[in-house]
Design a protein around this ligand. Sequence first.
Ligand code: SAM
Ligand code: SF4
Length: 328
Amino acid sequence: MALTDSHGREITYLRLSVTDRCDFRCVYCMAEDMTFLPRAEVLNSDELVALAEAFVALGVRKIRLTGGEPLVRPDLVEVVTRLAALPGLDDLALTSNGARLAGQASALREAGLQRLNISLDSLQPQRFRELTRTGRLDDVLAGIAAARAAGFRRIKLNSVILRGRNDDEILDLVDFARREGLDLAFIEEMPLGRISEHDRALTLMPSSEVLATIASRHALLPSLENSGGPARYYRMADSDSRIGVISPHSNNFCASCNRVRVTASGRLLLCLGHEEGTDLRALLRGRPGDREALMAAIRAALPAKPERHQFTLDEPPQVVRFMNMTGG
Ligand code: SAM
Ligand code: SF4
């Protein structure tokens, strides 16, 4: 039976966070000094699989693994193998910062992972380091190459553009995507978690400006392809790459929202921009193996899914969760 919220939206997509930890400290995502969850609080592989089974039984057809950085989780390949074997799951995807993909891309592909998103905000090594605080551009470029060599198709890059920080690289990122045969989505920064590294009100770069910059060099044709998600896609006549924009500030996409999230600690979050949620870990641990109880709890939580997010740039931010907690 379909999972439907009180606004008539059918939920078919789960974003499942497998860890809150990360080897990067991206300036828009985290504070420099982060405290991560004790390991015992993070769902183990059996719990992740039990959750996925319950969601699939409720009509979810797509799961994206995220975090934190999924590839820092030692048993990730096992998790992927088990999820890929679930009957009824049509699409298993993962979002990664790419730094560890060179060593893991083929194992993930062989385990049954179907699609990959890789985050890349700069093609300049020094700037890449500044934006991620710890990352090495070369590792990510090697990760992208390994993912292509492993046979992943339609790999999508995600770039968060910050005014004054990397907005001069929009065309370079587009050229890179065209050259490498990748899709590319530009994301507006969201006010999730309190950061002091920059003032989000000053760095916000609306998608309209990103599109105008690209259109100064490439004619963009609106594409009818839509993944049911928040991205609006464009095509270029002379390239197979799709260019997308995800505009949580400037273009509210909540009316077509088909997704929920589960954090690394098993909290069901109904909307990225709200704190409403339900602790599923207590149930997973209190009544292991009781799929019916889990399905009932998920169903019972759904009516509280908010109609829409309303991001403001007020301080302190309304949502205190950092993106790595939420599962981006
Ligand atoms: N570590 C992986 C990665 O970076 O791809 C997966 C998790 S990360 C939280 C998922 C996506 O969220 C990344 O593309 C990242 O750039 C984006 N992100 C993180 N914090 C954000 C924020 N405050 N606003 C917009 N996007 C954000
Ligand atoms: Fe880590 Fe991804 Fe957040 Fe960057 S955006 S700090 S890579 S979780």
